[in-house]
Design a protein around this ligand. Structure first.
Ligand code: GMT
Length: 378
């Protein structure tokens, strides 16, 4: 199949999922066309059947806001025609499903029909999409998609609750390439980060308010009072400065390493003992899954789709959003006994294997095929 993938090309989970999906589909013989405003961060190698088409938005001083959706829908029309793209898979309702619908309409006028598969990732629904300013457009674009998927059962329920949805929503979860994480690093360079007796606690995100970075730091502060420990904070975002100030205030700056954005998540997770994800809301929690596949147990909130990934008392512990005390106690419990910690580590890895890319990608292929069959009938 020739598949066009539209996504946000940034470090966020949706961009990672879209990129890894495209790369895996290309390995399975499909021709993939990424169409977005920057080359996706995890898309390092282009090949015969992986292409990237940049959407340019010319600056025009009269426009207070440059019309990205317009440029994207025009680019989609051009690319579908040029490369005979058969299916458009758009990640995020806003504005991608909306732009894809416009492209579909324009192509229809030229007797070309290309089905749209929309994947909902979370913030397009729970944080931004349900805002009254966007809600009618989001509802419309979801209902006009030929197939809609959500990355967790919880996100499907939220979508049905918040919007008037007439379309069937398939749950296709986030995934992980287990093989890629079975790298067996012999030297994790752990000793460059911490001494042997120090536990390494990690948090990876885009440091937005929804990630509750202050909770991460407070939980770590409680842990380090009980045992020698270091905190690895990976990512860039609006709450970074606040996080640095809080570390200073708690007098733990020397125990916290700010990594910034990193493409070496697997290496960082390789030397981690515990992952913290106390988010306010999280449709799935890909970061937790990436930790688990690296044998890192997770202390998280119990919001959104996280309980579908992190299993209470098995791969880690879950608490109500903001319950820093309980999260700290659970973290200390997991870390304080090495045999117990090893059991949690093994469980985390085992549970993550359920989400292996090879189980999930065929589900997308089946959905593409279904939309194509339908369009042949109609
Ligand atoms: O929350 C992020 O860090 C980024 C965000 C995004 O929009 O890319 O991630 C969302 O999509 C991921 C992939 O499906 C999910 O694993 C994350 O849980 C989800 N984030 C939220 O729902 C807050």
């Amino acid at each position: 199949m020739k598949i066009g993938i539209v996504c946000y090309p940034t470090f966020g989970g949706s961009g990672v999922v879209a990129t890894e999906l495209g790369l895996e589909l290309s390995k399975r013989g499909h021709e993939i066309h990424f169409i977005t405003y920057n080359q996706p961060v995890r898309l390092e190698l282009l090949s015969n059947n992986v292409h990237y088409h940049e959407v340019n938005v010319p600056e025009y001083p009269l426009f207070h806001y440059q019309p990205y959706e317009l440029a994207l829908s025009s680019k989609l029309v051009d690319m579908v025609k040029l490369h005979q793209i058969e299916v458009l898979h758009v990640h995020y309702a806003i504005p991608h499903a909306y732009a894809a619908y416009m492209a579909q309409k324009m192509l229809r006028d030229e007797n070309i029909y290309v089905p749209i598969v929309t994947t909902l990732h979370g913030t397009d629904i729970t944080l931004v999409g349900s805002h009254p300013f966007y809600k009618p457009a989001v509802t419309f674009s979801i209902n006009k998609s030929d197939a809609v998927t959500a990355v967790s059962k919880s996100l499907k329920e939220d979508t049905l609750r918040l919007f008037d949805i007439k379309k069937e929503i398939d749950v296709v979860t986030n995934f992980i390439d287990v093989k890629k994480y079975n790298h067996g690093f012999t030297d994790c360079q752990r000793d460059m980060m911490a001494t042997e007796d120090e536990k390494i606690i990690t948090h990876i995100s885009n440091l937005r308010p929804v990630k509750r970075i202050a909770d991460v730091i407070k939980i770590f502060n409680n842990i380090q009072k009980e045992m020698p420990a270091k905190l690895m904070l990976v990512g860039e975002g609006p709450d970074k400065e606040k996080a640095e100030l809080l570390c200073e205030k708690l007098n733990i700056s020397d125990k916290v390493i700010f990594f910034g954005k990193s493409n070496e998540i697997d290496k960082i997770l390789c030397f981690s003992d515990l992952f913290l994800l106390p988010s306010e809301t999280e449709s799935f929690g890909l970061a937790a899954l990436e930790a688990m596949v690296s044998s890192v147990p997770v202390i998280s909130s119990n919001t959104g789709g996280i309980p579908e990934v992190n299993k209470q008392g098995v791969t880690g512990y879950l608490s109500n959003v903001g319950d820093v005390e309980e999260m700290s106690k659970n973290a200390i419990y997991v870390l304080s006994d090495s045999e117990r910690l090893n059991t949690f580590k093994a469980n985390a890895k085992k549970e993550a294997e359920r989400f292996d890319i090879h189980h999930i990608v065929p589900q997308y292929e089946a959905i593409y095929q279904r939309t194509l069959n339908r369009c042949l009938i109609s």
